[in-house]
Design a protein around this ligand. Structure first.
Ligand SMILES: *Cc1c(COP(=O)(O)O)cnc(C)c1O
Length: 240
């Protein structure tokens, strides 16, 4: 009697289906664009790699993904500092402390979570020191949730103006709607604030609502679990 050889052991059981999930999400994005009468080239899939093992990043890269979102400066350094980053775009989508501004400017192509003047000042100083223009989004707390980061909607215009005067390049706006509310009105509010400020980029929509976000004008959808599977540990809000 012969024993069948054992299945190869994979470092993470979640890696194998990643290519298929990318394919699935890309198709759904393309379909949402068609339905909305939008050019698919106007929507960028940002793959959110927080808490993922290195093998998941390998699988995403192998699937052709080039734009990534990270929540924490330190984790992002661990993920990306030793990789060949040519042709990649890294976006910070988690809260940033002013004392990490220089590290963030060094690592990230775009910082999506600018929400206060002190952070604008720190990023402008870091950009000046590094000799480059810092690209940012202004994060808007569309639900005015006390525990959530982001500038209040009524203060957004002033912060956009402040960031521009400070020399940052403001690409657009980002929001994370309240979990317990319908996201649509929040996406619509973000678009309205962007329009009146002449801003193009709208980072909105996650695994559960990216198609709705595309319908309402998203240019960047930030998708994690739909691509990599459920995260195996809860992500606590971090202060870096
Ligand atoms: C984790 C995270 C995402 C991705 O969330 P999923 O629901 O897993 O797609 C998007 N945006 C931000 C700011 C996040 O922290």
């Amino acid at each position: 009697m012969t024993l069948s050889s054992p299945e190869p052991v994979h470092p993470s059981s979640d890696v194998a289906p990643v290519a298929g999930r990318f394919d699935h999400v890309r198709r759904r994005i393309a379909k949402a664009c068609r339905i909305a009468g939008r050019d698919a080239a106007g929507v960028t899939l940002v793959a959110v790699t927080k808490t993922q093992p290195s093998e998941a990043l390998d699988a995403a890269l192998a699937a052709g993904q080039r734009v990534f979102g990270e929540n924490r400066v330190q984790e992002a350094q661990g993920h990306w500092a030793d990789r060949d980053r040519s042709g990649l775009e890294l976006r910070l989508i988690g809260p940033l402390q002013t004392n990490k501004a220089a590290d963030a400017v060094e690592l990230f192509d775009v910082i999506e979570t600018v929400d206060r003047e002190k952070l604008v000042d720190a990023l402008a100083a870091a950009g000046a020191k590094a000799g480059r223009t810092v690209r940012v989004l202004i994060q808007v707390n569309t639900g005015a949730e006390p525990q959530k980061a982001g500038v209040l909607p009524e203060d957004a215009d002033a912060l956009v103006a402040y960031a521009r005067i400070a020399g940052l390049h403001v690409d657009g706006l980002m929001c994370i709607p309240p979990v317990e509310e319908a996201a649509g009105p929040h996406f619509a509010l973000l678009r309205k604030i962007a329009r009146r400020n002449g801003l193009e980029a709208l980072s909105m929509g996650m695994s559960g609502d990216y198609e709705l976000a595309i319908r309402l004008g998203a240019t960047h959808v930030r998708v994690g679990s739909a691509l990599f599977g459920e995260r195996n540990r809860p992500v606590k809000p971090s202060m870096d």
